[in-house]
Design a protein around this ligand. Structure first.
Ligand code: HEC
Ligand code: HEC
Ligand code: HEC
Ligand code: HEC
Ligand code: HEC
Ligand code: HEC
Ligand code: HEC
Ligand code: HEC
Ligand code: HEC
Ligand code: HEC
Ligand code: HEC
Length: 483
């Protein structure tokens, strides 16, 4: 009885193993017995979990336990793929929409095409294959879903995946010795890199800014980090209220930037000398190279303003109070075209934020005087313009006065910059030039107009005199004739 039971159980066990083996994958089973690493890793592989077999990549017959048969060329066995063959095998499914749908997959099918056209799709130095294959970033066995924390392309792990090459100077110099290899070092100094290190998948990592399969050089106009595309790349996250919810920072940078003098120059005039996000914030580091803080970035373009500011009484005062240099008056993202109204003591002026009749009074007085000087200069400029226009309309020669008009305009422009010295003396030197030039133009144009009237009235007088003389002569002639 006991023996029968044992043989029944034995039979049952044997049967079950048989069915499992029949249903199972002979490649996997035999290789599991060999204890090799591919078969071990494969158990965690997304392809295994989706019912795929070793033979889906390597070919061969997964139903035969005989290795001679299962791994024979006649059964389509390809052995170990090398070079571009690897990516071709992956893309035999991943680029085939119908096949992927049939396998119940819902992922995109553009990876291969993007990769081939990317900077990584170029031929590597060995001249026979591309720089990267699918397995360079995803591995060959134990491939995991992108949102699996152990995937090499899970956001937190991406920096180490890219830096295998991009942090290796010996390797990179074979390709482009001018390309820096310090991206990770710098990245770790940024808020993004810091959060990433702490395991936060939401902070920008290499692929959030550069893409994954479609990576291009920043000089390529299609690149996500090409100058004109940067604001869109950053604001993908930074303008997304929902995405940024857990972080306590504003999400209005792009909305403000678009309205700024800088944003308008970039978007409306395609002026690439104006800054986009990374010109102020840096590419990888917390700040652009060579700066101690983002707030000091303005001076790298507005050199004279920054120089004047650093020699001004505000420099020490702002440093002491920890006011950022330029932002305090101009803002950071919504930097508008600077208007006269910024200066002075009326509504809209920035000076009155800190200066008043009772507090920091000297600055208040200076602001008032500077702004009234500007008013004077503008009034004179208008007058000069009007008079020159009138003289021209009357057909008078005013080329020289017209030329001098430019000097007034120039002084006006310079005064906007020299304001940053916050020195009444330096400011007056510039505005005085403008006021003097305006005086000259007004004088010249007025003379021209006077001359016009002089000529016109002179003509009338001359005609009158001539007519009078002619009448006199006529009468005189008549008188002679009569006599
Ligand atoms: C009965 C055991 C057995 C089965 C079944 C089997 N293999 Fe193998 N396989 C081996 C052994 C043993 C080796 C190592 C032989 C050698 O080094 O040449 C090997 C080698 C390989 C290699 C490496 C070849 C090389 O050139 O280095 C691959 C790839 C491979 N097998 C894939 C498969 C696939 C795919 C299947 C199913 C279609 C399969 N194997 C079925 C036992 C098996
Ligand atoms: C998703 C495709 C894919 C699947 C599925 C796959 N392999 Fe591979 N395998 C590769 C690629 C690609 C290589 C090439 C080497 C590389 O890039 O690491 C490779 C290499 C190998 C090698 C050579 C030695 C090594 O470790 O690189 C063996 C052996 C091997 N595979 C066995 C298997 C076995 C056994 C299975 C199933 C348990 C399997 N592979 C499933 C793609 C696959
Ligand atoms: C340079 C590294 C790299 C290479 C090479 C690479 N991938 Fe990816 N792959 C990624 C990253 C990073 C992601 C994460 C998602 C993202 O950010 O787009 C990803 C995501 C994926 C996904 C998930 C769906 C998707 O598109 O987001 C699939 C499928 C995929 N890769 C397949 C491939 C295939 C097939 C190849 C080869 C043709 C390949 N990958 C080559 C880095 C790479
Ligand atoms: C036989 C077809 C086939 C081959 C060959 C194949 N894959 Fe896949 N792959 C799939 C299917 C099906 C999925 C599951 C997709 C899903 O769950 O939506 C998948 C999933 C993936 C994923 C996870 C995508 C995600 O959802 O995050 C990656 C990464 C991936 N494959 C990479 C590769 C790489 C790399 C190769 C080549 C070494 C390769 N695949 C070869 C069919 C294939
Ligand atoms: C197998 C090594 C390797 C890996 C892994 C790799 N790269 Fe590259 N990458 C290169 C090489 C080599 C070049 C230079 C190509 C050239 O200019 O000739 C390059 C070029 C680039 C460029 C263009 C640089 C420029 O401006 O010319 C960017 C951006 C880039 N890689 C980003 C990434 C990112 C992001 C990752 C990770 C998702 C990554 N790379 C993974 C080798 C690699
Ligand atoms: C916040 C966005 C962002 C992140 C995150 C990021 N990059 Fe960049 N990366 C850029 C920008 C912007 C440029 C330069 C564009 C330019 O030259 O105008 C750049 C340039 C590059 C270059 C060209 C050489 C250079 O240093 O200028 C490489 C290579 C590169 N990045 C790789 C990486 C790698 C690897 C990582 C991850 C460790 C990474 N990047 C993370 C935005 C980013
Ligand atoms: C993948 C989404 C994502 C992308 C793309 C991205 N960021 Fe971020 N960024 C974040 C997150 C999340 C934080 C963390 C917010 C925090 O904790 O302050 C952050 C923080 C920052 C900070 C620091 C804010 C602070 O707290 O002082 C700056 C500056 C910044 N990002 C600029 C940029 C720039 C510039 C770009 C484009 C070149 C960019 N980011 C692209 C997600 C992103
Ligand atoms: C003209 C320079 C400049 C430009 C262009 C710029 N920023 Fe800023 N940004 C700053 C300054 C200055 C700060 C304040 C930083 C500080 O005090 O440390 C700042 C702060 C930030 C912060 C921190 C949170 C906040 O709003 O104060 C984020 C995030 C940010 N910027 C993202 C962006 C993004 C995204 C873009 C592009 C759409 C961008 N910035 C364009 C100069 C700039
Ligand atoms: C105390 C307030 C204040 C500070 C601080 C300040 N500015 Fe100005 N800025 C002004 C005023 C006022 C104007 C002139 C408006 C007008 O008259 O048209 C101006 C005008 C400008 C202009 C337009 C005129 C020109 O020179 O082209 C630029 C650019 C400028 N500032 C940049 C900067 C930079 C860069 C910094 C930091 C180094 C800075 N500003 C600091 C108040 C300030
Ligand atoms: C990458 C160079 C660059 C950086 C950095 C930069 N700017 Fe500018 N800025 C420009 C250019 C170019 C323009 C002219 C845009 C235009 O055509 O109107 C401009 C315009 C301005 C104007 C309007 C000038 C006017 O005539 O009214 C102000 C004010 C200004 N910037 C202040 C700043 C401040 C403050 C910072 C730092 C937070 C800064 N800029 C950073 C290049 C830069
Ligand atoms: C963020 C605050 C702030 C703003 C805005 C500001 N100032 Fe000042 N200013 C100061 C401080 C602080 C001092 C240091 C001396 C003091 O306390 O009176 C100072 C000093 C001065 C001085 C030198 C006074 C002296 O005692 O020699 C002048 C001139 C001046 N400011 C003009 C201006 C003008 C013009 C504006 C507007 C374009 C302006 N300030 C905007 C804070 C500011």
């Amino acid at each position: 009885m006991k023996q029968i039971l044992i043989s029944v159980i034995a039979l049952f066990v044997l049967f079950s193993v048989q069915t499992i083996q029949a249903k199972d994958d002979s490649c996997l089973n035999c290789h599991r017995d060999l204890g090799d690493s591919p078969s071990g890793l494969f158990l965690t592989d997304v392809h295994y979990k989706n019912g795929l077999s070793c033979s889906d990549c390597h070919g061969g017959n997964k139903n035969s336990d005989d290795m001679e048969v299962s791994m024979s060329k006649s059964e389509g066995f390809v052995g170990v793929p090398k070079g571009n063959k690897i990516s071709e095998i992956c893309s035999s499914c991943h680029s085939d929409k119908d096949k992927m749908t049939a396998l119940g997959a819902s992922v995109k099918t553009d990876q291969y095409e993007n990769l081939v056209n990317s900077v990584h799709g170029k031929l590597s130095v060995n001249g026979t294959e591309r720089i990267v294959q699918c397995t360079t970033c995803h591995n060959a066995h134990g491939i995991r879903k992108v949102n699996d924390k152990l995937s090499p392309v899970y956001p937190v792990n991406i920096p180490s995946t890219c830096v295998k090459c991009h942090g290796n100077a010996d390797y990179m110099k074979n390709y482009n010795s001018a390309l820096p290899v310090d991206q990770l070092t710098k990245y770790r100094t940024s808020v993004h890199g810091e959060l990433n290190k702490q395991g936060n998948p939401k902070a920008a990592e290499c692929a959030s800014c550069h893409g994954s399969h479609n990576i291009l050089s920043s000089k390529d106009v299609r690149s996500s980090v090409y100058k004109l595309n940067i604001p869109a790349t950053c604001s993908k996250c930074h303008s997304d209220k929902e995405y940024m919810k857990e972080f306590n920072i504003p999400v209005d940078q792009m909305a403000k930037y678009e309205k700024s003098a800088h944003g308008k120059a970039v978007f409306e005039k395609q002026d690439i000398s104006a800054p986009v996000c990374n010109d102020c914030h840096g590419n990888h580091g917390a700040v652009p190279p060579g700066l101690s803080a983002v707030s000091n970035v303005c001076g790298s373009c507005h050199v004279i303003n920054a120089q004047l500011f650093s020699e001004s009484p505000h420099k020490a005062a702002f440093d002491k109070a920890k006011y950022p240099e330029c932002e305090t008056c101009h803002g950071n993202h919504e930097i508008l075209s600077a208007k006269d109204q910024l200066l002075g003591i009326k509504e809209g002026a920035v000076c009155v934020k800190c200066h008043s009749e009772t507090n920091s009074q000297k600055g208040y007085m200076v602001a008032a005087r500077m702004s009234s000087t500007i008013d004077t200069l503008l009034a004179l400029q208008k007058k000069a313009n009007d008079l020159v226009f009138q003289a021209e309309q009357k057909g008078m020669e005013v080329e020289e006065a017209k030329y001098t008009l430019r000097e007034i305009h120039q002084a006006r422009l310079e005064s906007r910059t020299i304001i940053h010295s916050f020195s009444e003396k330096k400011f007056s030197e510039v505005t005085d030039k403008g006021i003097a030039a305006a005086g000259v133009v007004v004088g010249e144009a007025q003379n021209a107009i006077d001359e016009f009237y002089f000529r016109r009235y002179g003509l009338v007088a001359a005609i009158l005199i001539i007519s009078f003389l002619m009448i006199v002569i006529f009468l005189y002639v008549r008188k002679i004739e009569r006599t």
